[in-house]
Design a protein around this ligand. Structure first.
Ligand SMILES: [Zn+2]
Length: 112
């Protein structure tokens, strides 16, 4: 099975969030370079961002799902009420402490 990269971010938790979003839609995501940066001294941090890969067959839908998730979310970044860390709009939980935003925008449906 061929895989395609659909997302990457410097912070692994952003990638975990993205994987959760696509898996909510029944698409299995694989994270590469999940632990890069700390363990591997050979790669520069820029070369080793965590990446979200899905099967080529699902890549287009997964990208659309991520895109729609970012549209559904509030159009601006939000601040965590637990740890006051700033989070990007599409995040479902705080990247720092895992708390949900004050008003959670749940996906309307996972299946038609
Ligand atoms: Zn937090």
């Amino acid at each position: 099975m061929k895989l395609k990269k659909i997302y990457e971010a410097q912070n692994p938790i952003q990638v975990w969030n993205a994987r959760r979003i696509v898996e909510d839609h029944g698409i299995r995501g694989t994270i590469l370079n999940e632990f890069a940066g700390g363990a591997s001294g050979a790669l520069s941090p820029l070369d080793a961002w965590p990446e979200l890969w899905v099967s080529e067959f699902h890549a287009e839908r997964a990208r659309r799902v991520l895109h729609e998730a970012s549209l559904e979310a509030p159009g601006h970044d939000w601040k965590c009420r637990e740890c006051t860390e700033a989070n990007a709009a599409p995040f479902e939980v705080c990247w720092n402490c895992g708390a949900p935003p004050a008003s959670v925008a749940l996906p309307s449906k996972t299946e038609p």
